[in-house]
Write a protein that binds this ligand. Structure first.
Ligand SMILES: CC(C)=CCC/C(C)=C/CC/C(C)=C/COP(=O)(O)OP(=O)(O)O
Length: 282
């Protein structure tokens, strides 16, 4: 009986919290809502140490925070959420730790596809962004499966950057656009004996480089949040953040919550007219 009453109170308070949250989001929606939020998930290991949890538990707690935040973003009307889940540099960590994060990732990617997951409840399309060749076969295959399975979801997009760094992305896009240019020239078939110089065909275009960015599926982020008070970009979205608001709350990633999201959006709304003017001038 006691358990049933506890359960009922729990459900009632969850319901009223969800109601209050929706009300709060209605008020926030009087101002502009950011289209794209990006997050650097910093502080998972520190969280585990702080609470004397076992190794890897910080990352598990971090995943729960991510799902909560994803839900809030969908409810608020944010269309793109990008996370820095694993950088190419992270592969240099202790093999046991890398394996732990990869195992968690595999488990959670499979979880994302379950019917009751936030992804399915809120119609989220999942993209994996980065040099996916660097992932182990099981993780890469699971990532590809998740992208395919969610490709018809169109309410919001979750872009998971794994095996990603900005320099790798920019280098990859530059190489791909040079290759495009070469095949364009080859298809014209007139580059004989140096008779027609390369300059005749024009240079690689900026639009073509941007087309080959891994992040080309989304507009530039409006807000970049890095938790745990760190203010470095750590090779994340360097190409895409020229007019982006940066916010670095002291909270460790698993501690991030609704109040941080609301604060970030309020700050975005405060600087929005200025950013819009700057973007138009670019
Ligand atoms: C499927 C899916 C989206 C999974 C995501 C799982 C997840 C939460 C990954 C975070 C990985 C990571 C290296 C975070 C940085 O914190 P840190 O380990 O560097 O912690 P520290 O800053 O305290 O050292």
């Amino acid at each position: 009986m006691e358990n049933k009453v506890d359960g009922l109170i729990g459900r009632l308070s969850q319901g009223s919290l969800a109601y209050m949250r929706r009300l709060l989001f209605r008020v926030l929606s009087v101002g502009p809502i950011p289209n794209h939020l990006a997050f650097i998930l910093d502080g998972n290991r520190r969280y585990a140490r702080k609470w004397k949890l076992g190794e890897g538990m910080g990352h598990r707690a971090g995943f729960l925070s991510l799902m909560c935040l994803m839900k809030y973003c969908c409810e608020l009307g944010v269309k793109y959420v990008t996370i820095y889940a694993f950088s190419i540099d992270n592969f240099r960590r202790k093999p046991q730790e890398v394996q732990g994060v990869m195992d968690l990732m595999l488990e959670k990617i499979e979880g994302l596809l379950k019917e009751e997951s936030i992804v399915n409840q809120y119609g989220v399309r999942v993209y994996f962004i980065g040099n996916l060749k660097l992932l182990s076969d099981p993780v890469r295959l699971a990532a590809e499966k998740a992208m395919k399975a969610t490709s018809n979801n169109n309410n919001c997009a979750l872009l998971i950057c794994v095996a990603y760094t900005s320099t790798d992305e920019i280098f990859h896009a530059a190489v791909e656009s040079c290759e495009d240019k070469c095949s364009e020239i080859r298809s014209l078939g007139r580059l004989q004996n140096g008779e027609i110089g390369l300059e005749k065909y024009g240079a690689v275009s900026l639009a073509n480089v941007e087309k080959h960015m891994y992040m080309g599926v989304a507009p530039d982020p409006d807000i970049l949040v890095r938790t745990s008070g760190e203010t470095r970009l750590s090779n994340f979205l360097l190409w895409q953040t020229s007019t982006c608001l940066l916010y670095s709350p002291e909270a460790l990633w698993p501690e991030i919550g609704l109040r941080h999201l609301v604060w970030a959006v309020l700050n975005f709304q405060r600087i929005h007219p200025y950013v819009e003017r700057t973007r138009k001038q670019l």
